[in-house]
Design a protein around this ligand. Structure first.
Ligand SMILES: [Zn+2]
Ligand SMILES: [Zn+2]
Length: 268
């Protein structure tokens, strides 16, 4: 039982990250037969099994932007991309009865950040986004007006996201992957959920589609490179949780996403 728990954790940490150093094969006779095994981690782990996250999603606002609530077995929650018209999200959070510790933003577009101010009124939570997207985050009111929306300014005092940064969410941990292209500061968030490995991927990749690259700071060449480097190298079973539309998996998108059919020279 203990070996299974250890094997599970080590797979979580390593098996779906081939860009990192390949961990060693299992060398302990009691270890599970499946997967790779990291003896270093095994030494450090407590026998307590890790409880994966429950991930709630809610499509919010006129763009039906998916907001994500990362709910650990105990303790405060993390919210990803609180979008426009966040009342349903506020209702869910009140129902869960847990404080919001932080907001993580996959990028700075208005439909992903417009709910930050409303959440900040209820919880003293930190807000994190990649510095390359601050120019979008700070233009929320102006960009809203272009679309005919009256939006509240995004709160100041954000904290920077960077590639490789990790956050503890309850007993779990999530990792930030920099995936520029849809916007210069787009990131994805890799974690282990109750149903296996998951990646909250913002507007970088969708089920059967990918994020537009004709907005300020966008680049098709950069987006394709990000997807090939950071997403398509994950295990095929990794669930992709995009900023709009239904979830998919790395395996499905690696087989048929139209991004693969387009040349890197097809800018725009
Ligand atoms: Zn976007
Ligand atoms: Zn979006």
């Amino acid at each position: 039982m203990h070996a299974d728990a250890v094997s599970y954790v080590c797979r979580r940490l390593h098996a779906d990250a081939p860009r990192k150093a390949r961990p060693r094969r299992a060398v302990f006779p009691e270890a599970s037969q499946e997967g790779w095994f990291c003896t270093h981690q095994r030494m450090m782990l407590s026998p307590k099994p890790v409880v994966p996250l429950v991930i709630h999603s809610l499509p919010l606002g006129p763009f039906e932007t998916n907001a994500w609530v990362l709910l650990p077995a105990r303790g405060s929650v993390t919210v990803v991309d609180p979008g426009m018209e966040p009342q349903a999200l506020l209702d869910l959070l009140q129902e869960l009865g847990r404080p919001v510790e932080r907001i993580l933003l996959t990028h700075g577009h208005l439909d992903h950040v417009a709910g930050c101010a409303a959440l900040r009124r209820h919880w003293d939570c930190s807000i994190h986004l990649h510095p390359e997207d601050l120019f979008l985050y700070r233009s929320l009111v102006e960009h809203g007006a272009w679309y005919g929306f009256q939006l509240e300014a995004a709160p100041e005092n954000t904290q920077p996201l960077a590639h490789g940064l990790r956050f503890a969410v309850g007993d779990e941990e999530l990792e930030v992957l920099a995936t520029p292209g849809h916007s210069p500061g787009s990131v994805c968030l890799r974690m282990e959920s109750e149903t296996g490995p998951a990646l909250v991927c913002g507007d970088t990749l969708f089920a059967g589609a990918f994020g537009r690259t004709d907005l300020p700071g966008g680049s098709f060449r950069t987006l394709k490179a990000s997807v090939l480097r950071e997403i398509f190298t994950l295990s095929g079973a990794t669930r992709l949780l995009p900023g709009h539309g239904p979830s998919t998996t790395v395996e499905v998108e690696r087989r048929g996403n139209p991004l693969l059919m387009l040349d890197e020279g097809d800018e725009g």
